[in-house]
Design a protein around this ligand. Structure first.
Ligand SMILES: [Zn+2]
Length: 106
């Protein structure tokens, strides 16, 4: 089944950024995730804090280079998806941030 994902970066009133990730699998229900996005310092690469509205915080670090389809991405993320499946695929946070950086939107 094809999975489509679109990523938006929204400037909020009073400053700050929101990351909006919209995903749909085939003709399934659309899932939208929204995070407050803040860039934080990182020893290597670029570090970001993604905060969900319920207060859940993920530290995501985008570093190194990866293949054209995201293979062998050395970036890290604290979310469950990445911790469980990061060895074979990257989570939506890393994929979304990489996309925005590649398009020079971040
Ligand atoms: Zn993640």
């Amino acid at each position: 089944m094809t999975k489509t994902r679109t990523v938006r970066l929204v400037k909020m009133d009073g400053g700050g950024l929101a990351l909006v990730i919209r995903q749909q699998e085939g003709k399934g229900a659309v899932k939208v995730d929204c995070y407050f996005l803040a860039e934080v310092g990182a020893d290597e690469g670029r570090g970001f804090n993604l905060t969900k509205h319920d207060g859940t915080l993920y530290h995501t670090n985008i570093k190194g280079v990866c293949g054209p389809n995201g293979e062998n991405d050395p970036s890290t993320c604290e979310c469950k998806g990445h911790l469980q499946h990061g060895h074979k695929t990257r989570c939506k946070h890393i994929a979304s941030l990489r996309k925005l950086i590649a398009e020079k939107r971040l």
